[in-house]
Design a protein around this ligand. Structure first.
Ligand code: 5GP
Length: 139
């Protein structure tokens, strides 16, 4: 990892301005500069890990605790009743800022954004092996 501060660390530190909606010792949340819909916010750990799987247990649990509270705040403030949580890891997954972040994106009747994929069929023969393989790598 380079020693350079991530864009979001610079936001946390106030070097780059943001419209903050929540902050505590471990978590920061602010309006996305290019919102998909009204009320699109980002929730980030203060720990500067690029990817979710690199986060410390403490940061991960603090983000996990903050997320539902911030979602509620977004819904109450915007009047939306539906929302998506998006969390991209890696450029192939669409990540452009390499500091863990969760998007909370309210969805309205006239919202047009989508996150669809063409579903494959789970291969039942391989599934058991695959599940065991993944399971064996969870520490
Ligand atoms: P990603 O594509 O990495 O999942 O999402 C990065 C998000 O960060 C994008 O939705 C983008 O609009 C937002 N973003 C990038 N730069 C800034 C910034 O300087 N300020 C704010 N508030 N959001 C930013």
């Amino acid at each position: 990892m380079s020693g350079e501060k991530s864009l979001f660390t610079r936001i946390i530190e106030g070097e780059i301005p943001s419209f903050k909606v929540f902050e505590n010792e471990h978590v920061y949340s602010f309006l996305d500069i290019n919102p998909a819909t009204l009320g699109h916010v980002l929730v980030i750990p203060k720990e500067p890990a690029p990817y979710l799987h690199e986060l410390s247990v403490e940061s991960a649990s603090e983000v996990g605790k903050a997320l539902p509270r911030i979602c509620k705040g977004v819904l109450e403030a915007t009047g939306a009743t539906s929302y998506n949580i998006i969390q991209n890891n890696g450029s192939e997954a669409g990540q452009t800022v390499f500091h863990v972040h969760f998007h909370i994106i309210p969805r309205y009747q006239d919202s047009t954004h989508n996150f669809t994929w063409k579903p494959l069929k789970l291969n039942k023969n391989d599934a058991s092996l695959l599940a065991k393989e993944i399971s064996g790598h969870i520490y």
